[in-house]
Write a protein that binds this ligand. Structure first.
Ligand SMILES: Cc1cc2nc3c(=O)[nH]c(=O)nc-3n(C[C@H](O)[C@H](O)[C@H](O)COP(=O)(O)OP(=O)(O)OC[C@H]3O[C@@H](n4cnc5c(N)ncnc54)[C@H](O)[C@@H]3O)c2cc1C
Length: 473
């Protein structure tokens, strides 16, 4: 009888196109599938509130799919190294497999576990997360790219073109080892109060739901993706971000499905390129995080270390207005309320809301990054940090610091009738379209909706003056 193989699920909560799981099954013996909620290992960032809620449901779905295939998902809580060493010893495992993660602390942890299990069992890792390994996409001098377009061009030659792996037809579950816990015991779902009603109404977690979302996107929305992806009142994007963050679907599966759609309908080619380039921004962000592991905490452009952010306590009231969606700027407020209610915000609105915090309120981008980390179902260490730095102007290939979004003009351009802001701001339900993005100018100012907490022209001048100081650095 072949010894059991342990598959350690992390950011790859799926059966199909899961190279670690496929390799474990190919050994021909029983498989012990485990997930460890690790909130203790050094530097590993614990998921935020909304992501914890999503994770609960993603694990429930993974557990159900494994059960249907004859397998079982065992859940543990604790430092991954301790849990795994114990599991390997108790189960007599001959192999420990996982799909790679690319954050600095996670890589260090995986390396420690590899060393600890060396000689005890075979330890192998696989790529289940990215189209191309970040250490293979380098410029001519062998350095990581700092600009997206050449990165994405070079990545095309590094992409693994093999078709995605099918889900294993049948698994043989190994006997449990140690003391796995029930899903509820992980404490991922909020209780007292249960604030997740809006999340439940918005998301269906799991691999099958992700595949269905992708298929619906390709059938119904890909053709108008390039034209409509910036319009927050239109559902024009894939909404795959939480599934990608938790690995319910792989970028390889997305790439293959997109290529299939284009084969069937060549007119989709341009829209498909645009969509895949957004998936490319995800690759770029993960490459940045791999090469610059401090990305979530340190300015990529170190000149910004001298930036005169307002102190957090001095800006506390403004930060509170921003998080609550009560800045007086409808597009910003609608986005922040969408985020709070659903764990998601449209990409265009994310840019405007982030820019407002950083440039209108002069608050350090890390404050916003932390809030998004806690409230997004798709919170993703690389995408979130790279995007916040991009908006701030200190990131790789970033928006120039002098690009200061005018939230009124952004609203009038991308939500001209105000359908999006009215959806999230009931106070503006009766405000005519002409005033809906600047309600303080309406003859009848909407009751209960705040006046702007800062004047746009003043804020713009203040931000430009602050950014000017960097020139001297
Ligand atoms: C301040 C800020 C914070 C952000 N934080 C996150 C985050 O924590 N997690 C996250 O997944 N995305 C983040 N994004 C990027 C982007 O807003 C979301 O990926 C996108 O809105 C998700 O919706 P979708 O799946 O419908 O996207 P689609 O347009 O359908 O794109 C498909 C996929 O491509 C990737 N993608 C799209 N746009 C970007 C981008 N600009 N950067 C990197 N990858 C991208 C995502 O994985 C997305 O699911 C952030 C953007 C900003 C401006």
């Amino acid at each position: 009888m072949t010894e059991p193989a342990i598959v350690w699920f992390r950011e790859d909560l799926r059966l199909a196109d899961n190279p670690a799981l496929t390799a474990a099954c190919a050994r021909g013996g029983p498989v012990l599938c485990v997930y460890i909620l690790d909130e203790e290992s050094e530097g590993v960032r614990a998921p935020g509130g909304a992501a914890r809620w999503y994770l609960h449901h993603a694990l429930a779905a993974l557990s159900a799919s494994l059960a249907r295939s004859g397998g079982r998902l065992d859940l543990y809580r604790g430092p991954a190294e301790t849990v795994l060493r114990d599991l390997v010893a108790r189960s007599g495992a001959g192999a420990l497999y996982w799909n790679r993660r690319y954050g600095g602390a996670e890589i260090a942890l995986d390396a420690r576990i590899k060393t600890a299990c060396d000689g005890v069992c075979e330890v192998r890792s696989f790529n289940g997360k990215l189209l191309a390994e970040p250490w293979t996409v380098l410029n001519r001098s062998g350095a990581p790219f700092r600009v997206f377009t050449p990165f994405w061009r070079a990545a095309q030659d590094r992409i693994d073109h093999a078709p995605p792996l099918p889900a294993p037809a049948r698994l043989v579950a190994a006997a449990p080892a140690g003391a796995p816990c029930a899903l509820g015991a992980l404490g991922l779902e909020p209780t007292g109060p249960d604030w997740a009603g809006g999340l439940r109404a918005t998301w269906r977690a799991g691999e099958a739901a992700a595949r269905e979302r992708l298929a619906a996107f390709l059938d119904e929305r890909l053709a108008r993706y390039a034209a409509e992806r910036d319009l927050p009142h239109v559902e024009a994007t894939s909404r795959l971000s939480p599934s990608l963050a938790f690995g319910e679907i792989s970028p390889r599966q997305i790439r293959a499905a997109v290529a299939h759609a284009v084969d069937a309908q060549p007119a989709l080619a341009r829209a498909a390129d645009k969509f895949m380039s957004e998936v490319g921004w995800r690759e770029f962000s993960w490459s940045l995080l791999f090469h610059f592991p401090d990305l979530p905490a340190v300015n990529f452009d170190r000149r910004f270390d001298a930036f005169p952010w307002r102190a957090e306590d001095e800006a506390a009231r403004d930060i509170a207005a921003w998080t609550a969606g009560r800045t007086g700027y409808p597009l910003v407020d609608a986005g922040m309320r969408e985020l709070w209610a659903t764990g998601y915000m449209h990409n265009r609105v994310r840019m405007v809301a982030a820019s407002f915090l950083i440039k209108h309120l002069l608050v350090d981008w890390r404050v916003g990054e932390r809030w998004f980390w806690d409230t997004l179902c798709d919170a993703d260490a690389a995408n979130n940090a790279a995007s916040w730095q991009w908006v701030a102007g200190c990131g790789a290939d970033a928006a120039p610091y002098f690009r200061i979004f005018n939230p009124v003009l952004q609203g009038e351009k991308f939500d001209p009738d105000g359908a999006y802001v009215r959806r999230w701001l009931p106070e503006l339900a009766a405000t005519p379209a002409k005033f809906v993005h600047k309600p303080w100018t309406a003859p009848q100012r909407p009751a209960d909706y705040p006046a702007p907490i800062v004047d746009h022209d003043f804020a713009r001048r203040r931000a430009l003056a602050a950014f000017e100081r960097l020139r001297a650095v």
